[in-house]
Design a protein around this ligand. Structure first.
Ligand SMILES: Nc1nc2c(ncn2[C@@H]2O[C@H](COP(=O)(O)OP(=O)(O)O)[C@@H](O)[C@H]2O)c(=O)[nH]1
Ligand SMILES: [Mg+2]
Length: 254
């Protein structure tokens, strides 16, 4: 890892780079989009909200640009301790990126959750792109009304609207171009071949956590973690076998 960072080349003339924060209420498809753009699974996704706990960066480098996508935990009104931490992390993310992709679920109209996020963004200095995801599920007869419900969230500000589907990839190239247009000239922040800032060990732990969340639903708290103490690579098989079991932090007395 250290060696990799020592070998970051100088970026070519006219190269652009920047940090793009994916911000939005839970379940709009932030992690799915991250995986789609990076071209590999680096973020875990699930139909259950609040899967993303850590700030995870996915990296896409082309000849012209290096995007560092910051997958933030879904923002929603905090009802408990973990929720408050998630919102605080998302706020920090908003302030520390070059561009915010405010992601919404384009298959339904804007709701209270989206309004809560929009208000956070309106109170910040962030440069915002409004990203309408799940285009594959947008009913054509309601498209105009749905789009309008999200445009209204911007109030006085004129956030450009981009429509796409992270699931089937439609519109994702246009989205990448819209992001490119809003980034400044800059260096390689990471080696060009890196797809995430997280070590392999973390990604593997996350993939295990994803399966636990998928298979157990109600029975396991969302604070479940799966730290790996190590793994063994099996000969003639790409599979890794984790050597530790998942655990969950004990609940704080409320
Ligand atoms: N139909 C459809 N489903 C999507 C799309 N993007 C994400 N999803 C689904 O929405 C759910 C939540 O996605 P996820 O990426 O975990 O959302 P996050 O909480 O914002 O990170 C998952 O079941 C995804 O498969 C899309 O473009 N179209
Ligand atoms: Mg997520």
């Amino acid at each position: 890892m250290v060696e990799a960072f020592q070998s970051i080349p100088a970026s070519p003339e006219g190269f652009r780079s920047g940090f793009v924060g994916f911000v939005g209420r839970p379940n709009v498809g932030k992690s799915t989009l991250m995986n789609r753009l990076v071209g590999q699974k680096v973020a875990i996704t699930s139909p259950v909200p609040q899967t993303t706990r850590n700030r995870l960066q996915g990296i896409l480098t082309t000849d012209q640009v290096q995007y560092i996508f910051v997958d933030t935990p879904g923002i929603h009104k905090p009802h408990h301790e973990l929720g408050k931490v998630l919102v605080r992390n998302a706020r920090t993310a908003i302030e520390s990126v070059d561009l915010v992709l405010f992601m919404v679920d384009g298959s339904v109209r804007a709701g209270g959750g989206d309004r809560f996020v929009a208000e956070l963004l309106l109170r910040s200095e962030a440069r915002v792109l409004l990203g309408l995801n799940k285009l594959d599920q947008q009913p054509p007869d309601l498209a105009e009304a749905i789009d309008q419900s999200y445009r209204e969230l911007a109030g006085e500000k004129d956030w450009p609207l981009v429509k796409f589907s992270a699931l089937d990839g439609s519109g994702c190239e246009a989205l990448a171009e819209a992001m490119y247009a809003r980034l400044e000239p800059g260096p390689y922040y990471y080696p060009p071949d890196l797809v995430t800032d997280q070590p392999e060990r973390f990604i593997m732990g996350e993939l295990i956590r994803e399966q636990i969340l998928l298979l157990t639903r109600e029975e396991v708290p969302h604070s479940v973690r799966s730290p790996l103490s190590g793994w063994t690579r099996r000969r003639r098989s790409p599979a890794f076998w984790p050597q530790s079991m998942w655990n969950a932090r004990p609940k704080k007395a409320s």
